[in-house]
Design a protein around this ligand. Structure first.
Ligand SMILES: [Fe+2]
Length: 241
């Protein structure tokens, strides 16, 4: 029988010591936020932009998870929880199933503003969490987590990882006749965002079969991405799994 963990193992959890962030950390956050918002005001999904306001993300300082969660949780039941780094896939998926988003709390150094191979709080919070304030996206992500946490076959986990990659990380949506970005990899990176909307990237309509069959490489710009018409489409897709 499949079982899903109900709590994250304590050795993977940490607390965010907000007072320990240095002026240089807040400067990095401010610089990244300023750069990204200049582009996202034009090409970011309305749901992302509204989510940022709704959870009270501030452009000039590193967010306090506790304060952000106090605004987020009453909306959709989601909260961000501080973790040590990458979680093993089963733990990560089980967190999503509980409406907990594992978040790193360190910030990239100033000399690596544009690219950091591992996630940091800018990617994890700025890139992901605003979307969790939307009820439909929130339900989609929870449902995805429950399905993925219950998957045992390696091939099935691989297909679900592709679904996560091409939606939560690199998803595009049509809004008001235009293509906008909502995936965290596009929200948090100017270069990936520009590529996604350029002629170098093939943009095709989302379908569950196409996405789950599409391989990807994590360290290259994406040559093909998938566009949904609305977030309900994502929820309905995971309902069919
Ligand atoms: Fe991510």
């Amino acid at each position: 029988m499949n079982t899903i963990n109900t709590v994250l193992p304590p050795q993977l959890m940490i607390s965010q010591c907000w007072a320990a962030y240095t002026p240089a950390d807040h400067d990095v956050w401010r610089t990244l936020c300023g750069r990204r918002m200049a582009q996202l005001e034009h090409v970011g999904s309305r749901v992302f932009l509204e989510g940022m306001r709704n959870i009270g993300l501030e452009p000039d300082r590193v967010p306090r998870l506790e304060v952000m969660n106090a605004r987020l949780a009453p909306r959709t039941g989601w909260r961000a929880i501080a973790v040590t780094g990458y979680l093993p896939a089963p733990e990560f998926f089980a967190c999503l199933a509980r409406r907990e988003f594992p978040t790193t709390v360190t910030l990239r150094p100033p000399e690596q503003l544009d690219y950091l191979p591992e996630p940091d709080i800018f990617h994890d919070v700025f890139g992901h969490v605003p979307m969790h304030a939307d009820p439909v996206f929130a339900d989609f992500l929870q449902r995805f987590g429950a399905v993925a946490a219950a998957a045992r076959e390696e091939a099935e986990v691989r297909r679900l990882t592709r679904l996560f990659w091409f939606t939560v990380e690199f998803g595009l949506i049509r809004e008001g006749g235009e293509t906008k970005v909502y995936g965290s990899g596009l929200i948090s990176s100017g270069a990936d965002c520009a590529n996604a909307l350029s002629e170098h990237c093939e943009r095709i309509p989302f379908s569950l079969d196409a996405v789950m069959g599409q391989e990807f490489e994590i360290d290259h710009v994406q040559p093909r991405l998938f566009v949904v018409e609305n977030y309900q489409e994502l929820f309905e897709a995971v309902e069919r799994l």
